[in-house]
Design a protein around this ligand. Structure first.
Ligand SMILES: [Zn+2]
Length: 388
């Protein structure tokens, strides 16, 4: 590894790159806890200060409506509240934050020293089967949509419940699901295949007219989570010119951690169900913090997943898909404990250092840290212009 004080030291490379994370579950905290990104004392995994320390320049905030807490016909209302909560962060701190809705705006905000706030919707149920709502979300600044969360919706199958016989599946995308993809292509909204079932993934690959993203997915060859991507899928994303953003959730990057986490599921579920029943009786949604606390307790019993397991996923995706098709999609605030050495966004330079220690070049890192996502975002914008 080069010494720290040269232009190609990992710290220097990290500091001069545009660093983009495509997935953090923070918006629930903006709305439910009235938590401020820029003056957070209790930081969580991601806040303005830790982002600055880790030279994280742009964050896609996940607009996620919990389908177990909000009835399908209330998805849009909750979606709009989460979008508002995110946009309010920018309104309150215009000197620090900038809403970015194009790849060019990410670069401009970076040059101006502002932190980019971007939005992606996680779960197609948010559009309540309406292309009009999809367009409205685009107008409000949403620039990607994860087709499904862990729940199959009316038009796309999810990997999260694909084995559940009680759920009505569609064998991938329905005809309306194909209309959704076509409309996203036309609008210039990135299609995100994280969480999608394998068949949904292949249906998207077959029909999309623009590069796709997996906003927070890792490699299934290393960790057998069904929402990780197989090597065949990784190669398909490369062929599509898309990008796979590595998820930091220990259950998706470390097989031993995943096994222990799955083993604790019955006990965890009992506690979570009791909490849900308690709040249902009060007519209130379960606060994020209360449910997170239960998961954190069980995660602490397992301990931290090895940091090198995370680096292995980057390495594997680089090997299979190529350096032009990998990036960072941490899933911060969406899991109970990060892997060892990563306490918050402030530790992102460690990822750069670890990958450079394995022989990846400074140019490789600039692509991985944000260049690849900027390329895909621009290509999606160009495709939209062509399709109009
Ligand atoms: Zn997710």
């Amino acid at each position: 590894m080069p010494p720290e004080n040269t232009a190609d030291s990992p710290l220097a490379v990290h500091a001069r790159s545009i660093v983009i994370d495509t997935h953090a579950d923070t918006p629930q905290r903006f709305v439910d806890e009235r938590w401020n990104f820029t003056d957070a004392l209790d930081g969580g995994m991601l806040n303005y200060e830790t982002a600055r320390k880790g030279n994280l320049n742009a964050q896609f905030f996940s607009i996620w409506v919990d389908p177990h807490q909000y009835a399908a016909h209330n998805s849009a209302r909750r979606t709009l509240e989460l979008i508002d909560g995110t946009l309010e962060q920018v309104r309150r701190a215009p000197d620090k934050l900038a809403l970015c809705v194009t790849a060019g705006e990410i670069v401009a905000a970076h040059e101006a020293g502002r932190f980019c706030v971007l939005m992606g919707i996680e779960g197609g149920h948010s559009i309540e089967n309406s292309l009009g709502l999809l367009r409205d979300y685009y107008r409000l600044g949403v620039r990607y949509m994860t087709l499904t969360w862990s729940n199959t919706n009316d038009w796309a199958d999810s990997s999260g419940d694909i084995d559940d016989p009680a759920v009505k599946h569609h064998n991938g995308l329905t005809p309306f699901g194909r209309e959704v993809i076509a409309e996203m292509n036309r609008l210039g909204m990135m299609v995100d295949v994280s969480h999608a079932s394998d068949k949904t993934f292949w249906d998207v690959i077959e029909m999309t007219k623009a590069p796709i993203i997996a906003s927070h997915s890792s490699a299934r060859a290393l960790t057998g989570a069904p929402r990780n991507l197989t090597d065949e899928m990784l190669r398909a994303v490369a062929k599509n010119s898309g990008v796979v953003m590595v998820n930091f959730y220990p259950a998706f990057i470390d097989e031993a951690w995943r096994a222990a986490w799955n083993a604790s599921r019955p006990e965890r579920k009992k506690e979570q169900d009791a909490l849900k029943a308690e709040y249902k009786a009060k007519g209130l949604p379960v606060p994020f913090e209360a449910s997170d606390k239960i998961d954190r307790k069980y995660a602490a019993l397992i301990g931290r997943a090895p940091f090198q397991s995370l680096i292995d996923h980057f390495d594997h995706i680089i090997k299979v898909a190529g350096i032009d098709h990998v990036g960072i999609g941490t899933d911060f605030d969406g899991f109970p404990t990060p892997p060892a050495e990563i306490d918050s966004a402030a530790d992102l330079p460690k990822v750069t250092a670890a990958l450079m220690a394995r022989g990846h070049s400074a140019d490789d890192m600039t692509k991985l840290l944000g260049g690849n996502l900027l390329r895909v975002f621009s290509a999606v914008e160009d495709a939209a212009v062509r399709l109009r």
